[in-house]
Design a binder for this molecule. Sequence first.
Ligand code: ACM
Ligand code: ZN
Length: 521
Amino acid sequence: MILSALMAILGIAGATTAQIAVFPQPEYIDMSQGEYVVTDKTKIVVEDGMGTPAARFAEDMSQWFDSARKMKIARSGKGIKLREDKCIAEEGYELTVTPDGVVVIGGSEAGVYYGLQTLRQMIVAGGGRVPCCYIADEPTFAYRGAHLDVCRHFFTVDQVKRYIDILAAHKINRFHWHLTDDQGWRIEIERYPELTRAGAVRKHTLIGRPGQGLGYDSTPHGGFYTQQQIRDVVAYAAERYITVIPEIEMPGHALAALAAYPWLGCKGEGYEVWPDWGITPEVMCGGKESTYEFLENVLAEVLELFPSEYIHIGGDECPKDRWKECPECQAAIKRLGLDDEEQLQGYLVNRIEKWLVAHGRKMIGWDEILDCGITQTANIMSWRGTEGGIAAAKRGNDAIMTPSGYCYFDSYQTRDREGEPLAIGRWVPVEKVYSFDPFDKLDDEQRRHILGVQCNMWTEYIADFDHLQTMLLPRLAALSDVQWATDRRDPATLRERMEVIRRFYDACGYRYATFYYDGKK
Ligand code: ACM
Ligand code: ZN
């Protein structure tokens, strides 16, 4: 008591830093005397247009208060006031706490929502007591993403929504939904019903890693989302200011589609939804016109479901073995005057991009598409290190950084792997995530092309939702600092803030890995 009084007199914020210990790190914090206590009786006072952030906040807080009652949303009175002010940056906010109440002013509804996320973490950290302060904050990256592969293992709509909740708490604004792959097609396409009839289930799944010879389990694995469910998830995400970016993989990682419609492949027969992990030589035929017709028809339905300006078309890991032997692919290479199979993939990607742009959207592809010749408007997702993103930025293309060594959350979290379930490999502890510099090797002009940062969650070795959460948390907290504002990272406060966010995860009922907390890496 004496120490904290002394610190208060001296203006040292030490006694209260834990209560302002939030992720991502805000830009500016000014502490002052006193506190405001938030209870389930505190009102949320809104101006026009603030209904959505207010409702989300009341909902989130009701899970934390030990009572069934929800905070009331009112048009006037004291409490937590929400309003918009266009003078503040689009996703920015100002949060002022005085003994009389809280005011959150955002540059948009999203900005208010982010201010409330900061407030929520402060409320939980302080057990309802929020220290008086002024916080001004805004992100430097417009794209703050998290990905989920629902093909290797399927996750239900409810689980996907809970995943989105976790992303929202970290101020992430893009959910990259990996919906199609060799091991399962997960999105209903009305024109092609076999995709989710034959393509959504594999008859069994590899045990252990490829090449270990452990055989297969004897359990069919499958699942897909109806268009109605997709709309529901997209709307759910939008109410949390998250845009869902669908990924439809082409021309590789598409064996489930070939199993449903064998004419999509070069051989035209003999395909089944893949029970293995890795890269299969069975890919879509790049020579047949019917492939392009299929892709455009599928994408037409995808665009109806997803308002996102960005649409992800995959483009990674496409072996050219079949194309080399396929008369149709070879004829296309000749007809189009291309040098080789790599350029045929370039043709496919560019043709699909042109179609997307004609329909008012922008294309994202994995960095392999750089190797086959891209247009000036293609967006690159850099995963094989940062080299793809750097190359893209240098040639004037926009890029999103998701290098596997820092942003692949399917990786191990400890060096000795003791006590960790089987994972794909690598070593990506919290500290490694936190050390990621998305601007490395780029000058100011090139940095403008880095749209943002994303973590990727491939699920070959992640079969259930509890496990999924422990791969995501607490690494996502560390990444959220990089995503929100790389330049503001402060390793000195990382440990203290990680301790605080852990209590927030406990309060939300989220599962998280404890390696970092146990001092293990
Ligand atoms: C990837 O990890 N194959 C994009
Ligand atoms: Zn072919």
